[in-house]
Design a protein around this ligand. Structure first.
Ligand SMILES: C[S@@+](CC[C@H](N)C(=O)[O-])C[C@H]1O[C@@H](n2cnc3c(N)ncnc32)[C@H](O)[C@@H]1O
Length: 323
């Protein structure tokens, strides 16, 4: 997948005053801070960090949001998402993906503590044509304290919970769930740490009677928790030239690894199981690693199984599997 051209152009206008070397240095610094999980102070502090985030991280977090919203539509096709609340919005990444995926979207609110991100997000939105982006309400607020806001059909906390102390993350999650009329989406990096934040959110939401719409096929104990494995998925995205240069990377694409959870007020039929590894496609058979009701299992689907085999050959890591 690729970011919409008008968003790429708006980002380009924001970062063009920062020279390539500075951008690459700031990007390397952000990568180091995120890898070391240094969150005692905000990892994104300077205009150069923001430019690096826009160039090298926003495309990836956008891609993860895009994939998760696609999953909401897949599992709840009749859902009408008219309003979105983006919590810890940064430059509004989740909303930029939401306007592409939800044709029924009419209104959006973005909550963010950093005024520089709010200003920057507004400028990006002004450079795009979607009416919801122009009319969105950008609110400065610190999510550590309660804030007055009407519930929205879908609330999203994208790449933020894991940067907060656990008790603060719990409070933000609680606020997100109370402000979610239909769905709450939580997305984190697809790391051990990111999965731990998502798993904690899953337990807290189940305790509040939330339905887990995706990725889990059930509400029982997660079979990956407490093991050396962790539940995560990947979304491939195209890298622009500026993105490649900021990361000093050669490949024209990258695979963003992410962990996620979609909680729902209403009960929808869950996926029978979820493909939790790249399917291994051999000649005549496909091996699937599934998270199923009975736990993690390996299933072999052979050519003789006709339609199931065809489906397995088309399937990707992260897809639901119907059996
Ligand atoms: C890594 S950025 C994620 C931005 C965006 N959601 C995305 O997916 O690209 C984390 C954001 O959380 C915001 N944030 C951190 N603590 C916050 C708080 N207490 N209240 C509101 N926003 C906060 C930061 O300012 C930053 O913009």
């Amino acid at each position: 997948m690729r970011l919409p051209e008008e968003l790429l152009a708006a980002i380009q206008r924001e970062v063009e005053s920062v020279d390539g070397k500075t951008l690459a240095r700031a990007s390397a610094e952000l990568t180091r801070r995120y890898r070391a999980a240094e969150f005692s102070s905000p990892p994104i502090q300077t205009p150069e960090h923001r430019a690096a985030y826009l160039t090298a991280r926003l495309p990836a977090t956008y891609a993860a949001n895009w994939r998760v919203f696609s999953e909401v539509l897949e599992r709840a096709p009749q859902a009408q998402i008219a309003s979105v609340l983006d919590l810890a919005a940064g430059p509004g990444t989740a909303l930029f993906a939401a306007v592409e995926l939800f044709p029924t979207l009419r209104q959006a609110t973005l909550a963010e503590s950093d005024t520089a991100w709010l200003d920057l997000g507004r400028r990006l939105a002004a450079g795009c044509s979607h009416r919801v982006l122009h009319e969105a309400e950008w609110r400065r607020c610190d999510l550590r304290t309660p804030f007055a806001c009407a519930p929205h059909d879908l609330a999203v906390i994208s790449y933020a919970l894991g940067e907060l102390a656990p008790e603060i993350a719990d409070a933000v999650l609680d606020r997100g769930w109370r402000l979610a009329k239909q769905f709450l989406v939580v997305i984190e990096p697809g790391t051990v740490r990111g999965f731990a934040a998502v798993h904690r959110a899953r337990s807290l939401l189940i305790a509040q009677n939330a339905n887990i719409l995706a990725p889990c096929p059930h509400h029982d104990a997660c079979p990956m928790a407490g093991t050396r494995d962790w539940c995560h998925f990947a979304q491939r995205l195209e890298r622009t030239t500026a993105h490649r240069q900021a990361k000093t990377a050669a490949l024209a694409y990258e695979d963003e690894k992410f962990s996620y959870l979609v909680a729902s007020r209403d009960a929808f039929p869950p996926a029978a199981s979820r493909i939790v590894r790249h399917p291994r496609k051999h000649s005549g058979h496909v091996q699937l690693t599934l998270c199923a009701h009975e736990g993690i299992e390996t299933r072999t689907v052979s050519r003789s199984q006709g339609p199931a085999y065809k489906l397995a050959r088309q399937s990707e890591w992260g897809d639901a599997w119907p059996e």
